[in-house]
Design a protein around this ligand. Structure first.
Ligand SMILES: Cc1cc2nc3c(=O)[nH]c(=O)nc-3n(C[C@H](O)[C@H](O)[C@H](O)COP(=O)(O)O)c2cc1C
Length: 221
């Protein structure tokens, strides 16, 4: 009997991948007092680390926050930034403060993603060095996000923090910059739509609105 070609995906496998992509959500509500099985976390982190990166520089570093007082310090940093963001919002301040924008204290695992100091890679990043390194790290985070969803775990990307202050808390070397706090863990339910849509904060753009042919259309922002 011929063996199936492991490099070719079936319609059912494709369907599963698209379902996972569609069902991924940014999660801010987690079940408390939960843990993630080591094997599951291992698979998720391996998925993150298999991301593409410019010139294969793999500029991501992941720091698992295991220490409780450290997690509390990080949560306070995020609270401070939430207040600053709200103050910068003027008329939407109160509405913003009603949103839940992080689950740092409740999530099972907190992982800081740090952009490593620039290793001087030139391949593919002569013109946009900072952006291409950052895009590579974003690819790793997206892999992690999808793998977490496939494991039926929620993930929330929190970017509300002062990077220099977080770098100090994490003892990052000169040139390293935290870019994400990832809240990971079991959830009661996955939101059906982005939470910012569900709460009426913002509407989603359709694919048609962002997919152009040949040139940027006139009268398009
Ligand atoms: C780079 C990045 C930073 C984000 N930072 C935050 C954040 O600090 N707090 C938050 O509540 N959501 C954050 N989000 C989540 C977005 O609000 C969310 O992805 C968007 O509303 C779409 O919802 P969905 O991910 O459920 O499809 C961030 C997402 C990205 C990609």
């Amino acid at each position: 009997m011929p063996q199936p070609d492991a490099t070719v995906f079936s319609a059912a496998e494709r369907e599963t991948l698209y379902r996972i992509i569609a069902a991924r959500r940014d999660i801010r509500h987690f079940l408390t007092n939960e843990k993630i099985d080591d094997a599951v976390l291992g698979r998720i982190m391996a998925a993150a680390h298999s991301a593409p990166s410019v010139g294969l520089m793999q500029p991501w570093r992941f720091i698992r926050i295991k220490d409780k007082p450290l997690r509390n310090d990080i949560a306070r940093l995020v609270d401070e930034e939430i207040r600053r963001t709200a103050d910068a919002m003027n008329e939407r301040r109160r509405e913003f403060l009603k949103l839940k924008v992080a689950g740092i204290r409740e999530c099972a695992e907190l992982i800081a993603v740090v952009q490593a100091p620039d290793d001087g890679t030139l391949f593919g990043r002569r013109t946009l060095p900072r952006e291409m390194a950052l895009c590579s790290t974003a690819c790793a985070i997206q892999n992690l996000w999808l793998a977490a969803r496939a494991e039926n775990l929620g993930m929330g990307w929190v970017s509300l923090f002062e990077p220099a202050a977080l770098a100090r808390l994490l003892h990052c070397p000169q040139g390293a910059q935290p870019v994400a706090l990832l809240c990971l863990g079991p959830v009661k339910a996955f939101y059906a739509k982005p939470m910012l849509v569900e709460t009426g904060w913002r509407e989603e753009k359709t694919l048609e609105r962002v997919l152009f042919s040949d040139k940027w259309p006139e009268n398009e922002e």
